[in-house]
Design a binder for this molecule. Structure first.
Ligand code: FES
Length: 60
């Protein structure tokens, strides 16, 4: 499923970026070789990040 239309990122790509070590939303975009543009997808991206790293939120 496409999550970020600006960058044509799918949920699978984002989950792979989390698995590769992305711990913050901006790291997720960077891990996919892009950056947030319109920002419409950031809530969904954050949800995926929290789902994949349930203990990773709030850390440094
Ligand atoms: S939909 Fe992701 S930055 Fe626009």
């Amino acid at each position: 499923m496409y999550v970020c239309l600006c960058n044509a990122l799918t949920d699978a790509q984002l989950r792979a970026a989390v698995a590769a070590g992305a711990a913050r939303v901006k790291d997720l975009y960077a891990g996919c070789g892009c950056q947030a543009q319109c920002g419409c997808c950031t809530n969904t991206v954050l949800t995926i990040l929290r789902q994949e790293r349930p203990t990773g939120g709030g850390g440094s």
